[in-house]
Design a protein. Sequence first.
Length: 318
Amino acid sequence: MATKLSRRALLAAAEGGALWMAGCRASSDATTSAPAKSAEARSVAQVVPAQATRDGAGVALRRAIGSRLLPLLDPFLLLDEIHSERADDYIKGFPDHPHRGFETVTLMIDGAMEHRDSVGNHGRLVGGSVQWMTAGRGIIHSEMPKQERGMLWGFQLWVNLPRKLKMSAPRYQDIAPANVPEVTTGAGFARVLAGSFGGETGPVQGIVVAPPMLDLTLSPGGVLEHPLAAAHNAFVFVMKGDVALGPEGRNVAARELAVMGPGSTFVATGGGEGARLLLVGAEPIGEPVARRGPFVMNTEEELDQAFADYRSGRLVGG
């Protein structure tokens, strides 16, 4: 069992204390003009540039959720992007590390990673793969590159679990690229990872916060409108190009995350060279969040117990 907790020792919280958040505040430059298309169209509430950092065994990445600029967007705890052709940026990967109390979602765009965990799951993620891992009461896993050179591009999203499910049994969904539906539209095309789009339903199932998750490619000037549940929090991360979002057409560029405001319709227009973006929404949980390193619970006492269970070997066997 690993004893080093460097993996995701985020937000400088370590063992000194937990970070408590209830949501995120809109930035002062949020757009407020009247919608041009629909009174229910979501405006951009905040734009957050992804912040360069390192994690795991020294992997270079950019963090869009989980930084000081956006610590939390309920139920989303973290969004990291790895995007490099330099092997030194990723080759040491993420050796064995524990989790408890939340779920991790890994989306590969290019390259290959291997997952192994204490429950016996083993999967190889390639470009187009998606993996949804529910840590629940406890899991120890590793995520290691399966290449020595070339482009490695992928994302990891952390999604909180409600109190009643934090100690549930671990669960693993490993989805191959061929099992992700693709839908062509007049604006471009969509890969449907979770939720529904264009008559297709994504392969990720049984998630309590009911997240739509779409990998969208927009042609230059292509306009997409898509319904989003009004009760959901939602964000867009621009992977490539730039996009005009909301009825005001707020421009968001590559490696920027846009927090979408209230409403029930998502509106996006591809920039001059088109755009590729990740659209994710989910029902907020609305509970206290206590997190420290690799554990996310509701109270400091529960965090203390998680660390004690990890050190004693009870995290995955108790």
